[in-house]
Design a protein around this ligand. Sequence first.
Ligand code: SAM
Length: 315
Amino acid sequence: MSAGHVPVLCEETIELVISTAPRSARDTAGHVYVDATFGRGGHSRALLARLGPEDRVIAIDRDKAAVAAGSELGAADARLEIIHARFSELASVLESRGIDSVDAVIMDLGVSSPQLDDPERGFSFRGSGPIDMRMDQSSGETAGDWLNKAEEAEIAGVIRTFGEERYAKRIARAIVQARPLETTAELAEVVRGAIPGGDRKGSSDAATRTFQAIRMFVNEELDEIDAGIRAAFNALSTGGRLAVISFHSLEDRLVKQTFRTLSKGRDLPRNLPVRAADSKPAGRVVAGPVRAGARELSENPRARSATLRVLERLG
Ligand SMILES: C[S@@+](CC[C@H](N)C(=O)[O-])C[C@H]1O[C@@H](n2cnc3c(N)ncnc32)[C@H](O)[C@@H]1O
């Protein structure tokens, strides 16, 4: 466990990326692992505990608070380097360090507990704070700025697409009528009020899907996941593995689909003769969907919705 965030499916992930990963191309320099979503470093710490003195972990996060936490860990363990970047930028992160291939990449998607728990970050419908929701507060438009000026139809489209919310139209209309919105508490009230029975205390808050949708839109999360998985797969050495942990069906569907596309390898013209080498699969799914076991579920409620999938690069 690491301060502020309990990593999910940690043992399973580390076991799957570490056990069969071959040594990196530069044998004497040790293995290179990437933790593409450092957060508070739960997966990085578990990796470091299993690595040798020559091995290294390149950690990435788009959130500067996570990078600050990573700098502390890096000061205590020189095998870890933390970089403020998006994981879609992995190729340039590695290139600038002279690394041409890595043994494994871990991507633990979504937001961390410290991001969710701090009302000032604006991710949560519990408590109240500014409607920010940016993982990287140093760039881009806040959710509040966008919501307070976007067209009603655009807001409805975002809530429907990224929240899979059937009342998206009603919610968007209510948001536009209530503008300007300043706080997450106001936004949550407006959303609950627009959903039939939305004020009723149930197992999950009626504002959950809308908050998820707005967060995903503001952070361009699905585009990031698609680009990040491709960049990670391209960076792997032969036999290297990519582990992705997702938290809801939209993410998981995209992970599964992108894994399938990447496994197939090159798109070949139909009905034309091809060399055997060209039609070989480029990757193989080696695990997934892996879900948390009973012990983890009893200790960490976040693990309930986690799904791990692992793709291995073949050549
Ligand atoms: C679920 S948390 C990771 C938790 C981490 N595995 C741990 O054990 O502490 C997800 C982290 O990924 C970061 N993140 C999400 N999307 C990102 C992206 N596209 N590029 C870089 N970091 C991203 C978030 O800022 C957050 O800190």
